[in-house]
Design a protein around this ligand. Structure first.
Ligand code: PA5
Length: 446
């Protein structure tokens, strides 16, 4: 299992923090209430992500086993929750699990980015996967129309076999396209929001395609879910970490830094960044007063950012909570040769593994932060594999929903994102957005 080390989050002889264990205990009733609400919502079928580890993957296994023509690359067109989980899993495992097939994710509308991807892939061997729950997001639709057009012209006889679409099971324009064109369709479940959907077809299909063991991924999620059903915070890492982050947030720690000591896990911190920001950054009304809540998630990379961010982290404003991601065993490792045995500037490194240096530096940063009274947690991956990634995903999804309850907001919606989508439609002259267009014209004049 993942290890959750929280000793540097609570006040101790090493950490002079404003969060002693007693303060955490004062919140036990609110924890119980939040747990009750989560269980009720789960029973009402509103929190579908909890159930994804129990869903069959036969349709995915069958599809991958019968792929024809032979593909060596998947190009995902999607954004936000329809892209970040796919990227995180692939980046984490492509080298450590020696994945046989490649994944590219086009999650922007930057033309140069699209050009770069298209010039690196062999179209003949590329399966395109358009992912969008709503089936309307402008970025994904633009990418879909460009790429589908290229494929239709290049492969007029069998382009239908080269494009698949993952979207709502009934609603939306793309479901109609699936039916009209005869593409294979996959489903984003109704009760699973974009950023909670990586363990559905959204993330499983690209993972299975590249060679990730999706059964192990789901098993990891399931095992973590079993632990996190427990309302006792001292035995439930999702609740404990959520509560501690919430309490620090109330004390003015507005920033949550996730710092993997592993390049492979950097995109996982990006996935977390979306989950935490989009779920918890909310405006709420209390007795007619508008209140703005949310902790800003930041990603940093160890050791790289020790030479960029850590000065700020140790001596700048004490407004952050830190989470390290540590890897115990790296499948690919190097022993540093003792190239200059008589030079003490470097001979201390000789004979040590790179992973040993990496983890010593992580511990050194932990010590530096703790001495500077900066609360920090450590999540330890015994190794980077699908099983532990599944655990991590479930841990943070539950933690996020739980923290949303403590903040008294809805962690599942994203009205701010929708507002941006609507303004884009208006600016790009989409039908039905005249009113918004008029308001934008007025905004420009003002
Ligand atoms: O988490 C979310 O709901 C969002 O980030 C969406 O995933 C993102 O906006 C893309 O939406 P869609 O999948 O409908 O294209």
């Amino acid at each position: 299992m993942l290890k959750y080390e929280y000793h540097n989050l609570l006040a101790s002889k090493h950490i002079r923090s404003n969060l002693p264990k007693e303060k955490v205990l004062e919140w036990i009733d609110q924890v119980k209430n939040a747990h009750r609400e989560i269980m009720a919502e789960h029973n009402a079928n509103l929190l579908g992500f909890y159930d994804l580890p129990d869903c069959s993957t036969k349709h995915i296994d069958d599809f991958i086993a019968n792929l024809n023509p032979v593909f060596d690359t998947m190009l995902v067109l999607g954004i936000g929750g329809s892209a970040l989980g796919n990227k995180a899993l692939y980046s984490a495992l492509k080298t450590e699990a020696e994945l046989p097939r490649k994944l590219f994710v086009y999650d922007n509308v930057d033309p140069v980015f699209l050009y770069e991807i298209l010039s690196q892939i062999n179209l003949e061997k590329t399966l395109v996967n358009v992912i969008t729950k709503s089936g309307t997001t402008a970025e994904t639709m633009a990418g879909y129309m460009i790429v589908a057009d290229i494929f239709k012209r290049k492969f007029p006889k069998d382009y239908q076999k080269r494009i698949i679409i993952t979207t709502d099971k009934e609603k939306g324009f793309l479901r109609q396209v699936i039916n009209q064109e005869g593409y294979t369709g996959f489903t984003v479940p109704d009760n699973v929001g974009g950023r909670f959907s990586v363990l559905s077809d959204v993330g499983l299909l690209s993972s299975a395609f590249t060679g990730i063991d999706i059964k192990a991924l789901l098993k990891g999620a399931k095992d973590m879910r079993e632990i996190c059903w427990n309302p006792n915070i001292w035995e439930n890492p999702a609740y404990l970490n959520g509560l501690i982050h919430f309490l620090y947030y109330r004390q003015g720690k507005n920033i949550s830094v996730m710092m993997p000591y592993s390049n492979s896990l950097y995109d996982l911190a990006d996935w977390y960044r979306q989950l935490w920001a989009e779920s918890l950054g909310k405006r709420k009304d209390i007795k007619g007063r508008e209140i703005y809540v949310g902790q800003t998630p930041v990603k940093a990379l160890g050791t790289t950012d020790q030479h960029s961010q850590v000065q700020l982290y140790t001596e700048g404003p004490n407004d952050k909570v830190f989470t390290f991601l540590t890897v115990e065993y790296f499948k690919h490792d190097y022993t540093i040769p003792n190239l200059h045995p008589d030079r003490e500037e470097v001979n201390y490194l000789g004979g040590k593994k790179l992973s040993e240096l990496l983890n010593a530096e992580r511990f050194a940063t932990e010590i530096a932060l703790s001495q500077a009274m900066r609360p920090n947690a450590n999540i330890v991956f015994p190794q980077i594999d699908a099983y532990h990634l599944g655990q991590f995903i479930m841990l943070y999804e539950i933690q996020t929903v739980f923290t949303g309850k403590l903040l008294c907001i809805n962690p599942l919606d994203q009205p701010g994102v929708e507002a941006g989508k609507i303004a884009t439609y208006a600016l790009m002259n989409k039908k039905g957005y005249d009113q918004e267009r008029t308001e934008i014209e007025q905004y420009k004049k003002d």
